[in-house]
Design a protein around this ligand. Structure first.
Ligand SMILES: O=C(O)C(=O)C[C@]1(C(=O)O)C=C[C@@H](O)C=C1
Length: 283
């Protein structure tokens, strides 16, 4: 069941927060698969490649992000403490504010979306989409925004995870000590759970293989012919379940794993450390 922050209450457990992170893996993998259908369309990320009637000088994606975020701000998306915009000067909501349980200290202070945007455009897109231009600018940018929003939500969730670790009576005093000494390395060490990271990467690979399969080709095989790799539906399911390397997927599963290993997890941890360093500022 999907449980948002209004339902989870003032002290979500680490288990509940990790359930949300697991669910966001699905959102991110599907968003990447959707974006990978289109070519890289590099022009949409470059300022000055398109002219805007209103005189806007940034890239098409930046313009589109701003437009989307204006609408989302109006329906109070960015009042939720797990949602952070990529653009600023957004309009006020048309709806009255919601009463979010006060889980975080200074929830709006950290926003690393500039860094996420940079990694996405310069590393993720070249990895998941083939080079070239297919003119599908609107479709590509729509998928980009979905990917960016999901990645941003996942990474900023680190604030909640950090708060829950800080509250844990077993480690509370140690966190307080490292925070007072402003010891980033010790905080990083204390919040790192290598076993959880290893399991996550394994699960992610299995998911990327399973969700990334083109089963329409396999069903065509079931109707008489076989798909490109000669697999029928049952074979495809078995191969995916076994994490088989011979499955051809719509998104490169190794790339999804390296995206998490090299960026998503490290950036989440960066958010956790940043959050903790200021955890005692207001008590
Ligand atoms: O689950 C946690 O404990 C987290 O802090 C989240 C997370 C992650 O990004 O997935 C980050 C650090 C830990 O080493 C394990 C996992």
């Amino acid at each position: 069941m999907s449980r948002n922050l209004l339902i989870l209450g003032a002290a979500p457990s680490l288990g509940e927060l990790r359930d949300t992170l697991v669910r966001l893996e699905d959102t991110i993998i599907f968003a990447l698969i959707e974006r990978s259908q289109f070519k890289q369309n590099r022009d949409i990320y470059e300022a000055g490649k398109m002219s805007f009637k209103d005189g806007y000088r940034g890239s098409f994606v930046s313009w589109f992000l701003k437009e989307v975020e204006c609408v989302h701000a109006r329906v109070r998306r960015y009042q939720s403490p797990d949602e952070y915009p990529f653009t600023d000067n957004l309009p006020d909501p048309v709806l009255p504010p919601l009463d979010y349980p006060p889980v975080l200290v200074d929830p709006r202070r950290i926003n690393i979306n500039d860094e996420i945007f940079d990694v996405y455009v310069n590393t993720v897109v070249p990895g998941i989409a083939t080079e070239g231009d297919d003119s599908n600018y609107g479709s590509s940018a729509t998928r980009d925004i979905e990917c960016l929003q999901a990645l941003s939500r996942r990474i900023h969730y680190g604030k909640f995870v950090a708060e829950s670790k800080f509250q844990d009576p077993q480690t509370h005093d140690e966190y307080v000590k490292h925070i007072k000494e402003r010891n980033r390395d010790k905080l990083m060490e204390l919040l790192t759970n290598t076993r959880v990271e290893e399991l996550l990467l394994k699960r992610l690979k299995a998911k990327a293989i399973i969700y990334g399969q083109d089963l329409s080709a396999a069903s065509a095989g079931a109707n008489g012919s076989t798909n490109g790799s000669g697999m029928l539906l049952d074979d495809a399911a078995a191969a995916a379940a076994a994490g088989s390397e011979r499955v051809k997927t719509r998104v490169d599963f190794d790339l999804v794993v390296s995206l998490y290993r090299d960026y998503v997890i490290p950036l989440t941890k960066e958010v956790e450390v940043e959050y903790l360093l200021h955890r005692l500022d207001r008590n």
